[in-house]
Design a protein around this ligand. Sequence first.
Ligand SMILES: Nc1ncnc2c1ncn2[C@@H]1O[C@H](COP(=O)(O)OP(=O)(O)OP(=O)(O)O)[C@@H](O)[C@H]1O
Ligand SMILES: N[C@@H](CCO)C(=O)O
Length: 293
Amino acid sequence: MFISVPATSANLGPGFDTLGVALDLRNEVSIKRSRFFSISIKGEGSKSFRLKGNNIFISIFNEHYRNLVDKKEKFRFTFYNKIPLSRGLGSSSAVIVSAIAAAYAMAGIPLSSQRLLSLALSYEPHPDNITPAVMGGFNAAVVENSRVYSIKKEMPQNLKAVIVIPNRPISTSHSRTKLPRKLSLSDAVFNISHSSLLTAAIFNEEWDLLRIASKDKLHQDIRMRAMPELFEVQKLALQNGALMSTLSGSGSTFFNMVYAEDAKPLAYKLQNRFSKFAIKILDFDNQGIIIEE
Ligand SMILES: Nc1ncnc2c1ncn2[C@@H]1O[C@H](COP(=O)(O)OP(=O)(O)OP(=O)(O)O)[C@@H](O)[C@H]1O
Ligand SMILES: N[C@@H](CCO)C(=O)O
């Protein structure tokens, strides 16, 4: 069986823990029944002993498979990872949703997207990465009583993501502990209004509103101060055609949305200025998770 799942960029500025979009950069896994357990990792994480020895895909897969099928079986897992770890591109979310989906597929038990998201919430309670990873496209998502309520917008072909991937990680779980527990009323209203306008502008394809709508007062500045060169990345991107330029999830990656014709010139300027960072031009993904028996 073969599963493929896209990277995701969450928050998109003011949409903390609710807005996210899928990118055409995928992790793939092949799973075969076998007489012996084996794991092989190619690409991102291939040199990590931790990923080999204590792989959360395997533990989540086993947890669900053993609940579904009452017999001991062994599998051969081959991972082809393109999503960098701890870079704010939804690597852990991709693992969570693909491991659960793989367990149900191997057990031959149907699993709806809705049910997959509900099961994934127990590993990652914010829906802004797992939802676009499953559904594809841009999604606004909220959680109520352990259920994800979301709406999806397919992203057009004439827009690209130019992502700047620093050579240093930021752990989501650690950076969340640094966020304020309380917000002033004016900052709360700022994020609610900007997140609402951002969502409406994307659904209405009014791309020139994104620059204003993507401002945030809740989490970005605190996180970017851990890697101040990110302020320079954002400034350069907005000066060179970015429709919006936001910290991807908890970072360290910076996400820039541009018209297709502006992607290469922006990537060239960013690579020249930040030679130690990786720059990728990606299409948006509108498919989400793909499961092939
Ligand atoms: N491709 C993967 N395969 C196996 N385990 C993974 C993979 N990606 C992440 N993990 C595990 O998930 C946990 C969180 O990883 P990571 O720091 O990448 O997640 P994050 O910071 O939540 O997400 P992001 O990748 O969006 O920054 C770590 O224990 C890591 O080992
Ligand atoms: N909303 C989450 C996204 C993590 O990718 C956070 O900012 O912590």
